[in-house]
Structure formats: C-alpha cells, structure tokens
Ligand binder design. Structure first.
Ligand SMILES: [Zn+2]
Length: 409
C-alpha cells in the first residue's frame, strides 16, 4: 500500500511539475555576459524525489554570444546539476551525518523506500555539508561586520556560557605530511578538531547546582587553526546574544591557545578553567613526586577547590621531585597553575552559582565528533571531515531546517 501510495504521489507530482513548468511566468533570462538568452526547447531528466522517480522536462536557455547554457527551472527548484530533489538530499545528508554511509543507505531504504548507493550518500552528504559551511561562513561574515546580534535572543537574566575544546579525528596519511604527533615514532594519525558550544544557564536545580537551559546548546566546529576557530567561536557567541548578556562565562581546559582566544575575543568574560582538568594536573604533579599510584594530598586539593592557587604553588613548589626530568615536568605543571590562577578562583565561582566544569563541550566532543567521525577503521580527508562536522553542528544546533529555508529564497 505504501509503495502504491508513493507511486501515485510521484505521478501527481510529475503532473504538477509539468503544469508548473508550462504555465509559470516567463522572465527574461540573462547570461553572465549580460546577453539575453534564448529558449531552446526542453530537456528531460529523471528526478529522484521522496515519492520516487519523477520525469521532469525543463526549459533550456542558451546564449548566442558565448554559448553558455542554463536551466532556470532547475535553479528555481534547487536541483542544479543534480537528479536528487532537495527533499531527498535533505534525507541523504541527515542519514549520512548520523552513521557511516553503508548504514545510511540501509536506513534510507528501510525508512523512506529509497534505494541509493552508499557512495552517492557520501557524495551528497559532503556536498550539502559544504553548502552548510558556506551558509554559516556567510552568516559569520555578516555577524562580524555588524558586530551586533541579528535579533534579540537572550532572556534578561540568562548567563551565557562559551566553551571549547579539541579532539583528534583520524585522517588519511596525505593529510598528515610534515605534522608531528603523539605516536611512538613521532608521527601523527589524527588532526585536531576544535569544537565550541554556547549555552545558557537558567538558574539552579533543586540541589542548588547550576542548571543548563536544556535546549540552549549550539555547536560550531572544524579542523582549522586556532585563530580561525577563535573568530568562528566569537561569531557564534554574538549570534547567541554575547553583546546583550550581562554575565558571560568562558570555560576552557586552560591550554595556551584557548587562553589566547579568550584574551582576543572575550576579554570581558569571566574565564574559568575546567576544575577537572585542574585536578588532573594536580594528580600529575603529585605522581611526579610520589609515583604513579598516588593521589594529590588533601591539602592541595582543598587549596585548589578554594582557589588558593598561590598557596598551592608555593607548597607544591617546596616538594619538587629530585630527578631532573621529573623536576622539569613538575615545574611545567606548576606553571599551568600560575598561568591560570585567575581562572581557578573556584570558591568565588561557586559562590556566584557558576558552572566550573567543561562537561558540556566534552560531551559535545563525543556526541558531535566522536560518535560519527572516530569509529574504528575511519580515515577522513580534512575536506570531507569538515563537511560532515559542519552538517552535524548544524543539525545538532537545531538549524538544519533554517539552512533549507534559506536555500528556498
Ligand atoms: Zn553569454
């Protein structure tokens, strides 16, 4: 019955398209060179739609001067150089962004009755991903040019959080030429993807802990330099209401390039270094001194939680390991605390009911990036990975329909 309904629907759609094609108001079609193009009859193509295949004959226009040809009907229907309707491309892109392309082909056959090769899903998902990248890129330029938000989006009391982190994505060997990595032989297998998120805090939960506005999280990400990523993050924060927010918090792991991004783009925000990262560094420091099984002394942990970093550094500095190599590493850890002292005033941050952990962006690294791009056996091109990352960020930020709506204009 479903198949019959689809076939019937495809027949109706075909008739509608023919009627539309024959009766739509004709405008003058101009070539890029400015010359008026003339009609040269119709050319047919078979369009795969969500109802099935529909034949479609559209008008061909040609320029007498430079012999360019165009299909204005294709332009209006958003089917230039493709035999997949926007509806089918939307399904292909979504399916291909969720799972590997073989699985996506199975899903589409099962859910939508569409028989499409995995390679085609890969091609279209990456193409749509690149279109999403362009759409977001254009938006970013506009936002940065105006340096005001597009529309008021923030509740008056909402606290705006900006958080970012990196995670490695396995890439093909030609993407790694000249890059040093963490493999035993100094080679690399992955490229760092930077992921950022923006969310708002509405208040406190019953137990008095800060509570995230459940649907407020949006993501941006790419394999790109930290300078470019800084601008991407900044534009997203502006879009989300950075300039209206009374309280802005940036949560990072305290790595140097993250501090640079904060200093460049969010100088007025409260910068907090993730407490759990700080804990890890404290444990490393203790283990350098007392061996691999040790925990950091209770006093150290208490000073850290209290944000008494000067005191922590002073005391830990008195107990440096004797071996030169460990001592060097320990001094590096101490510098981490010294450099981030102002971002570790945890008692004060807690008093102000702020989040002190970057759990949201870390979960994002797993769900947005890891679950799709870091499955076993995967090797990405940077271009392909960035397209899929753009797609996933767009979908998980709840903006995929906005993207298609923008294309329909
Ligand atoms: Zn021309």
């Amino acid at each position: 019955m479903l198949q019959a309904a689809r076939q019937g629907g495809a027949g109706v759609l075909g008739s509608l398209l023919t009627h539309w094609q024959q009766h739509a108001a004709r405008e003058v079609v101009r070539c890029q060179c400015g010359q008026r193009m003339s009609s040269h009859g119709r050319r047919g193509k078979r369009l795969l739609t969500t109802l099935g295949t529909v034949p479609f004959a559209r008008s061909l226009y040609q320029c007498e001067q430079c012999h360019q040809s165009r299909f204005p009907d294709d332009q209006r229907l958003d089917i230039i150089n493709t035999t997949y309707s926007p509806g089918v491309r939307r399904l292909m892109a979504r399916a291909g962004s969720q799972t590997d392309f073989e699985q996506a082909a199975d899903d589409l056959r099962c859910y939508a009755g569409l028989k499409i090769e995995p390679r085609e899903i890969e091609r279209i998902a990456e193409e749509v991903g690149r279109q999403v990248e362009h759409w977001l890129g254009d938006e970013q330029v506009q936002i940065l040019r105006r340096s005001t938000p597009l529309c008021p989006v923030l509740e008056t009391d909402a606290k705006l959080y900006i958080s970012f982190d990196g995670t490695g994505v396995p890439v093909r060997s030609n993407e790694l030429v000249g890059r040093r990595g963490r493999q035993a032989d100094g080679s690399a297998r992955t490229r760092e993807t930077k992921l950022g998120c923006v969310f708002t805090q509405v208040g406190l939960d019953k137990e008095g802990y800060p509570q995230r506005d459940p649907d407020s999280t949006t993501y941006v990400g790419a394999i790109e330099s930290s300078a470019l990523f800084g601008w991407r993050m900044y534009a997203e924060a502006l879009r989300r209401g950075l300039s209206q927010a009374k309280t802005v918090i940036v949560l990072t792991d305290g790595a140097r390039y993250n501090r640079t991004i904060v200093q460049t783009h969010f100088p007025d925000a409260t910068h907090i270094v993730d407490l759990f990262h700080a804990y890890e560094h404290l444990t490393t420091l203790a283990q350098l001194r007392w061996g691999p099984e040790t925990k950091a002394p209770k006093a150290w942990r208490d000073w850290l939680e209290a944000g008494k970093i000067d005191r922590l550094v002073r005391q830990a500095g008195k107990q440096l390991p004797t071996c030169a190599k460990s001592k060097k590493s320990a001094l590096k850890e101490l510098r981490y605390f010294q450099n981030n002292a102002a971002q570790m005033r945890y008692a004060e941050f807690r008093e102000a009911n702020l989040f002190v952990g970057s759990g949201v962006v870390e979960a994002g690294c797993r769900t947005v990036i890891g679950e799709r791009l870091k499955q076993s056996g995967m090797r990405w091109s940077v271009r392909g990975a960035n397209a899929i990352i753009a797609l996933r960020c767009c979908i998980l930020s709840g903006r995929f329909e906005d993207f298609w709506a923008a294309r329909a204009h």
